[in-house]
Design a protein around this ligand. Structure first.
Ligand SMILES: [Zn+2]
Length: 486
């Protein structure tokens, strides 16, 4: 059997989070009543003229700074033939030969993946087929919602530099983090505001000539599906080649339920799209002044933020990645660290990647709207650091503080949870435990190391029990050791 190497390129479409559509003033919003966010421009009515939304150019320039793209002097919009009813104009305005960004690069765990281009285009509307199991064949009729027609998209096309499903996931993850950090898209794969298509081909290891025939795989709606679909497609192509078959150049549809890809249609070549320059729009020509303004306002990028959190807070790379990848979580942690009076940034990070993140996942809330403000988390960290709460009790307190509009200190007071750190009080407890367990104390003193450890553990347990679990363990340990060694 021959060994094969996969070659993968990714096309990422993301919806830009502008207030209005690409060429008109209709709201760009998800979930509105069908066919309410429409106007003569996005419906392509005769006599209407498009006007480019300037914010989309600014967003492209942000991406240029983040991923080291070249910004050509001029980019041109073109009409792309589009013959489905969800685009009322029968064409889609996109950029073809002259995209707004060219030759970028993304660092994926040390591998530099080249990006061929990024361009602006308008989204299509949405068809919904009624009857026939939701597919067009056998449907009674179809409904069309044009709210999405004309929503701005950025398409980002990598070079075929990716060599495994895992690296493809890494690329999509890092690109998503960058798009989120620079504020151009909310990049939710599940809601379709980020869509990833994969071009996959295989060829024998060592073959450096032509790439194998590429197949485009669509319809992955999570990063996990992206990895599964690519792995499956690689295996399918290798099996076909081993069986002496030829790979057809086509588009295949990933089916999450059966875990395979299905042929859809033979892929259109670019000649089928009959591109020609859009006569109603001027070339886009960003000025150096615009670029400088964007450069000065670019936020910290995910890779830099991770490196800083590792260096300054002493976090593990994995924890830094979790903080940075969850929208708003790193900002929440940083605000809590600013408010710290006792405890360390690492303590804050641990709570954030543990209990706080679990609560975000469970509630579906974003970190920006957590009922517990960042200085409330700082307060909790302080209560552990100054010995008022054990970690176990702090977990209970945080659990309540995340759900109820109450501060940690208030909960500690209401529930009488404060750890007892009064030395006199604890000394009395230890003395009582020693007096009540004279026999154990005797066998502790005469026993070997193993026996001593066991007896000491028992006495410590008795002392904790006597304080209902609220005795400061460090203090109790010291007092017990003093009594036992005297
Ligand atoms: Zn419109």
């Amino acid at each position: 059997m021959t060994d094969y190497q996969p070659t993968i390129g990714l096309e990422v479409h993301c919806e830009l989070s502008t207030a209005t559509k690409l060429f008109c003033g209709c709201p760009n919003e998800f979930g509105a009543e069908p066919n309410t966010n429409i106007c003569p421009v996005c419906l392509g009515l005769p006599g209407s003229l498009p006007v480019l939304n300037a914010t989309t150019v600014e967003f492209a320039l942000r991406l240029a700074e983040a991923l080291s793209f070249n910004v050509p002097e001029r980019s041109i919009f073109a009409r792309k033939n589009y013959f489905y009813p969800d685009m009322p104009k029968d064409y889609q305005v996109s950029q073809y030969e002259d995209p707004i960004l060219a030759d970028g690069v993304l660092d994926v765990g040390g591998s530099m993946i080249r990006i061929e281009r990024a361009h602006l285009e308008e989204d299509t509307g949405k068809s919904q087929h009624i009857g026939g199991g939701g597919r067009i064949h056998g449907a009674d009729h179809s409904l069309i919602d044009y709210n999405r027609a004309g929503v701005p998209l950025m398409e980002i096309v990598s070079r075929p530099d990716i060599t495994s499903a895992e690296q493809a996931r890494g690329y999509a993850t890092e690109l998503r983090a960058v798009l989120l950090a620079i504020g151009v898209s909310d990049v939710k794969m599940e809601e379709g505001s980020m869509r990833v298509d994969a071009n996959v081909s295989v060829r024998p290891v060592g073959d450096t000539g032509e790439l194998g025939t590429k197949v485009e795989v669509k319809n992955m709606n999570s990063l996990r599906s992206l990895g599964r679909a690519i792995d499956h497609e690689i295996e399918r192509q290798i099996a076909a080649l081993e069986a002496g078959e030829r790979i057809a150049q086509e588009t295949r549809h990933w089916d999450e339920a059966d875990g395979t890809t299905h042929g859809m249609r033979s892929k259109e070549g670019s000649s089928d799209y009959r591109y020609f320059p859009e006569p109603d729009l001027l070339p886009v020509a960003p000025t150096e002044e615009q670029r400088a303004r964007v450069r000065g306002s670019l936020p910290e990028l995910p890779a830099a933020k991770r490196a800083r959190l590792v260096a300054e807070w002493g976090l593990a790379e994995h924890d830094a990645r979790v903080l940075v990848d969850v929208p708003g979580l790193a900002g929440y942690a940083e605000a809590a660290v600013v408010a710290l009076s006792a405890g360390t940034p690492k303590d804050v990070a641990n709570w954030c990647t543990g209990e706080v993140l679990a609560y975000l996942n469970e509630s579906g809330l974003s970190a920006e709207v957590l009922p517990l403000a960042p200085d409330g988390l700082a307060e909790l960290v302080g209560l552990v650091a100054d010995g008022t709460l054990s970690r176990g009790l702090a977990k209970d307190v945080l659990d309540e503080a995340l759900r109820e509009p109450k501060r940690p200190k208030q909960i500690v007071e209401e529930r009488g949870l404060a750890q007892v750190s009064d030395e006199g009080e604890l000394a009395a407890v230890v003395d009582a435990v020693i007096a009540a367990n004279a026999e154990t104390v005797e066998s502790y003193r005469s026993g070997d190391d193993k026996a001593r450890k066991k007896k000491r553990g028992f006495l410590m347990g008795e002392a904790m029990k006597a304080t209902k679990g609220q005795g400061n363990p460090r203090l109790l340990n010291r007092l017990l050791d003093e009594r036992l060694s005297s």
